[in-house]
Design a protein around this ligand. Structure first.
Ligand SMILES: [Zn+2]
Length: 266
């Protein structure tokens, strides 16, 4: 699933490609993706408006429109935004005033598109925890010290901290040398500080390389993100740890595949 670096990449590319452009028509091939309002209202509320501002909140993209409404897009598992699109795989096509189209593709149809009067009142937004980049080190340490849950599922809990998913939780924990099954409140001061630093460094590096193309994520151009080749543990089970050569292990934790080095991560 696209996480903070992937959604941030798409956001930055959208800013360059479509900001200020008007949406002149919409074609909806898969009405299931339009969560609110009804498809007719969704189209009517967007057509004729231009894209005024683009935001990201956790893994959610928000396109603020000139008519005061906002289009909120959650890519979920396999959502893709592609510009300029060719329409071939598109579930929803946004035709723009430059004569090109912005395609929304989604192989598995889990994505969610909403047209909102006020995105701030969306329940999902109100429940979001702070982003790693909006947090100070001491605030992060304090947050961990009150939690008895295991550290990896905690980092993936969007109401605790937003933007981190399965992939970057695994990578940051490896870099911080922390076993994914540790209880959050059992981490030492040093470990918490290391984790805070590694979360931010990992996300920034991934943004630099335009995200990780696992599953279906692509950049706005349709090209893959290049960060996969820098992964240290994710999807590397059985391969030697890049630090100590012990084979990387995969276990299930909170129902998700979890990759770690049993020797480096204590
Ligand atoms: Zn190791």
């Amino acid at each position: 699933m696209p996480e903070l670096p992937e959604v941030e990449t798409v956001k930055r590319e959208l800013e360059k490609a479509v900001l200020g452009k008007k949406i002149t028509a919409i074609l909806v091939h898969s009405p299931k993706l339009i969560r609110e309002p009804a498809v007719d209202k969704f189209k009517k509320g967007i057509i004729g408006a231009s894209i005024k501002n683009i935001l990201r909140k956790g893994k959610l993209l928000i396109l603020e429109l000139s008519n005061g409404k906002s289009l909120a897009i959650h890519l979920k598992m396999t959502g893709q935004l592609v510009y300029p699109g060719d329409g071939k795989k598109a579930r929803v096509v946004f035709y723009l005033s430059d004569g090109k189209n912005l395609d929304f593709n989604d192989q598995r149809l889990f994505a969610e598109l909403r047209l909102l009067d006020d995105w701030r009142s969306l329940k999902f937004i109100q429940g979001l925890g702070p982003e790693p980049f909006d947090l100070g080190r001491d605030a992060f340490k304090e947050m961990l010290s009150t939690k008895t849950s295991k550290i990896k599922p905690l980092l993936m809990d969007q109401t605790f901290i937003s933007g981190i998913g399965n992939l970057y939780a695994a990578e940051a924990l490896f870099r911080a040398k922390i076993n994914p099954e540790r209880r959050a409140n059992s981490l030492s001061e040093k470990e918490k500080e290391r984790l805070f630093k590694e979360i931010k460094d990992t996300l920034l590096e991934a943004i630099k390389y335009k995200g990780s193309s696992v599953d279906q994520y692509v950049q706005l151009t349709g090209e893959p993100g290049a960060y996969v080749k820098f992964h240290k543990v994710y999807d590397r089970q059985g391969k030697p740890c890049l630090v100590c050569k012990t084979p990387i292990k995969r276990t299930a934790l909170g129902g998700r595949g979890t990759y770690f080095c049993p020797k480096c991560q204590k």
